[in-house]
Write a protein that binds this ligand. Structure first.
Ligand SMILES: Cc1cc2nc3c(=O)[nH]c(=O)nc-3n(C[C@H](O)[C@H](O)[C@H](O)COP(=O)(O)OP(=O)(O)OC[C@H]3O[C@@H](n4cnc5c(N)ncnc54)[C@H](O)[C@@H]3O)c2cc1C
Length: 410
């Protein structure tokens, strides 16, 4: 069976149109830092402008409904757009925005018509960028244990509490979050899901001093922050899916964040590793001719290829609106563990040079050093590997009499 996608002449003609447009709109002087935390404000603003321009064309969130500001395009169009952005070292969108992938998807499932018409076009056209505010100092894997409170007062909710690990370094116009709306309520039935404008009085954002995971094209989450809420008043209109129904709303974005949405991106670092080993000589011959290096490169290739195929399968399941169960967690678990195995092999191939971003000795401006760091940090966000195992066990029916169902999706 062939898994590779083949494109029709019409699709190739769309690719041409995309390329002509990107040629005219991607700034020639845009910087591409290796580590997302080094993205300058100037380069960030260039990415935001590119995002708004893409949004105007319906190419920022190509498959989102046109009625709500998306492109209403097919997944083939989406794949072509993503491939052409990737060829330029960019992602779609060209910055981290969990509002489009996760928050927007939750509003689509749970928002009222009025809420969809108000919030979604601003997200899908790139006019606002959003962060996700879920984790708290005492509630990470046990997300239902959050303590931040949003208590109704007239037409508003008053928020008090603290969220941690919030990306990223250039701020966001909105955030979406879960908070306790009924402090006396039963666990899982005491929470609500809200959209919060980040310029409201009482919000303060303090950077956390942590390892960063970077991200190709400066699209990664970069710096992490603690966000404090001190009597922040949010309009009641911003509560999505009904009061105390937030855990069900969260089931939508958690399913997607745990891998249920799939991915079509290739592992470009692996491709750069192959190119480096072919071009670099060690003991009088290209590194790739050394049998041991070659063995390790083949293993790296297999890891990256399997991850890609899991991502592609889930991308197809999502867009074909097929039922899902354990597949998201399976893909997330495999990708994270596989990234560690790839990092180990890269270290075996490159030796200590894989561990430095020193100007003289760091390889590819420190891209491999960032990967070594990121592979460890990357086990944690979006549900740790332990949590993906727990979810898989529940969904394939191990240790429970009834199989757990996947989160609620559009
Ligand atoms: C790079 C990065 C980016 C992030 N971005 C965001 C963000 O934008 N927004 C946001 O809200 N949060 C974000 N997070 C937070 C992330 O979601 C949490 O770190 C994660 O959910 C784990 O929570 P915790 O750190 O509190 O660890 P804990 O939940 O305290 O877990 C500690 C350890 O115990 C294990 N463990 C916990 N429960 C179980 C169990 N039932 N069975 C087996 N093992 C278990 C975990 O796997 C982990 O190894 C980010 C984290 C990182 C590292």
């Amino acid at each position: 069976m062939r898994f590779e996608v083949e494109y029709t002449p019409q699709q190739e003609s769309f690719r041409k149109e995309v390329n002509t447009w990107l040629e005219a709109h991607v700034p020639k002087d845009m910087g591409f830092p290796v580590d997302a935390k080094d993205l300058t404000s100037e380069d960030y603003q260039k990415r935001r402008k590119l995002g708004r321009d893409l949004g105007q064309k319906g190419w920022l969130w190509p498959t989102a409904p046109t009625k709500y500001g998306g492109g209403g395009l097919s997944i083939d169009h989406d794949m072509i757009l993503e491939e052409e952005m990737e060829r330029r070292g960019l992602s779609l969108p060209p910055y981290y925005d969990s509002g489009g992938t996760l928050g927007g998807a939750s509003i689509l499932v749970w928002g009222s018509e009025e809420q969809k018409e108000h919030f979604l076009p601003q997200i899908f056209r790139g006019e606002v960028r959003t962060w996700q505010l879920l984790t708290e100092p005492g509630a990470g894997s046990d997300l239902a244990g959050v303590q931040t409170k949003a208590i109704r007062d007239g037409d508003e909710y008053v928020i008090n509490g603290q969220k941690v690990f919030v990306g990223s370094n250039h701020g966001a116009e909105w955030s979406w979050m879960i908070a306790v709306t009924n402090p006396d309520g039963e666990r899982h039935r005491n929470l609500s899901w809200l959209i919060v404008p980040m310029d409201l009085p009482g919000i303060s954002v303090v950077p956390m001093d942590l390892l960063t995971t970077g991200g190709e094209g400066g699209a990664g989450t970069g710096v992490k922050n603690t966000v404090f809420f001190d009597n922040v008043r949010v309009p009641a209109f911003n509560l999505i899916g009904g009061e105390n129904n937030g855990w069900r709303v969260a089931s939508t974005h958690l399913e997607l964040e745990h891998g249920g949405g799939g991915a079509i991106r290739r592992n470009t670092l692996v491709e750069r590793l192959f190119a480096y080993c072919k071009a670099t000589e060690r003991e009088g011959q290209p590194m790739s001719k050394d049998p041991e290096v070659r063995r390790l490169l083949v293993e790296v290739f297999m890891e990256a290829e399997l991850s890609r195929l899991f991502g592609l399968r889930n991308y197809w399941l999502a867009h074909a609106r097929k039922p899902r169960s354990y597949e998201g967690s399976q893909s997330s678990y495999f990708r994270k563990e596989s990234s560690l195995r790839i990092a180990e092999r890269i270290l075996d191939i490159l030796g200590p040079y894989a561990l430095t971003n020193d100007e003289e000795r760091g390889i590819l401006n420190g891209a491999f050093e960032l990967h070594q760091r990121g592979a460890i940090v990357g086990l944690h966000p979006g549900g740790t590997t332990d949590i993906q195992r727990v979810i898989m066990a529940r969904r394939i029916g191990i240790g429970r009499s009834t199989r757990e169902e996947a989160g609620e999706l559009a």
